[in-house]
Write a protein that binds this ligand. Structure first.
Ligand SMILES: Nc1nc2c(ncn2[C@@H]2O[C@H](COP(=O)(O)OP(=O)(O)OP(=O)(O)O)[C@@H](O)[C@H]2O)c(=O)[nH]1
Ligand SMILES: [Mg+2]
Length: 305
């Protein structure tokens, strides 16, 4: 960190906000070249604020991935939305991401209006994501409408978080808005999450991939222990919490097949993350209404706002 404190260094918080499923976490991962946030095709995947740190020679971006803003139906949902607003309030730059494959809804309009009212003094950037799936000509009216909704924003940038198109342009705009400040994190840090949190999230991603209907949304993961064994492998014990006893056999599957599938997929990624052999032990337990109980949400680290 030779640049620490050096004059001219820029560093600040860049919060990524948007409705659920627009691609915030996909972008976060691309920006840091790693996997700090899980990504699934389902809305409301991200449940808390996640930092992704990108350090360059003369600037450090601290990106803040947030849960998609939605009408909450549970205590967890309320905390999720609160975490998003709090991230916006604390940021140096507020990024509003929208999905060009979906119409501009009232919910998106409300989000933009809400940000203009709540954090009027922070510079805003709009990202129009998923342009890999639309014709360029279709973007112009969309940009014009976004500009109408938020005329004071600094830029309106079409991107694809998936292919990387437009991401450099976004970095350039966001970089201009970073305050002069020494780096906040050591240069080899890429997220603020500790290992247990990352493991829990990676397992949860796989649950979201294999479970259907409301089950993944009513499932949480808690890592009790990561220990190095004598042969150098990591032994990891994790609990998958479900809301009802009837969900337990669904998560486990016939002959334990579904749970095995989740474990196998998660283990592959964890071995890549840790660079060593992993033994992952998963248990399924019932915690009725865990998503409405503040004590349980706190235990699961979901009260971080
Ligand atoms: N075609 C296309 N798909 C994308 C792009 N960015 C994200 N996706 C897909 O959109 C879905 C949602 O992506 P996420 O990154 O999880 O979205 P999110 O905004 O973090 O969602 P929440 O955490 O639920 O608020 C996934 O299936 C992604 O693969 C993109 O640029 N193009
Ligand atoms: Mg997300």
């Amino acid at each position: 960190m030779s640049e620490a404190g050096a004059k001219g260094y820029r560093c600040g918080f860049v919060a990524l906000l948007g409705l659920p499923n627009v691609g915030k976490s996909t972008l976060l991962n691309r920006l840091i070249g790693g996997k700090a946030a899980i990504v699934t095709p389902k809305p409301q995947t991200t449940r808390h604020r996640i930092l992704g740190i990108r350090t360059e020679a003369d600037r450090q971006f601290v990106f803040v991935d947030t849960p998609g803003v939605h009408e909450p139906k549970t205590r967890m949902g309320e905390l999720m939305v609160r975490a998003a607003w709090a991230a916006a309030a604390e940021a140096d730059v507020v990024v509003v991401m929208q999905d060009v494959l979906r119409p501009i809804t009232q919910a998106l309009e409300r989000l933009i209006t809400g940000l203009r009212a709540r954090v009027p003094d922070e510079p805003r950037l709009h990202l129009l994501n998923k342009i890999d799936k639309v014709k360029k000509a279709e973007l112009l009216p969309r940009i014009a409408r976004t500009r109408e909704l938020d005329p004071d924003a600094r830029a309106y940038i079409p991107i694809s978080a998936l292919t990387g198109e437009g991401v450099e342009a976004f970095l350039e705009e966001a970089g201009k808005l970073l305050p002069e400040h020494p780096p906040l994190y050591p240069e080899d840090w890429w997220t603020d999450q500790h290992e247990e949190q990352l493991v829990a999230e990676y397992v949860r991603e796989k649950l979201f991939m294999v479970l259907r209907d409301e089950v993944p949304f009513q499932t949480a993961v808690d890592v009790a222990r990561i220990v190095e064994e004598e042969d150098g492998a990591l032994a990891i014990d994790a609990t998958i919490w479900v809301h009802k006893a009837s969900q337990k056999p669904i998560v486990i599957g016939k002959g334990g097949q579904r749970l095995k599938e989740v474990g196998m997929r998660a283990r592959k990624e964890l071995e890549w993350l840790f660079g060593r052999h992993v033994r992952l032990h998963l248990w399924v337990k019932v915690a009725p209404d865990w998503f409405d109980r503040i004590g349980k949400l706190r235990e699961l680290g979901l009260d971080r706002v």
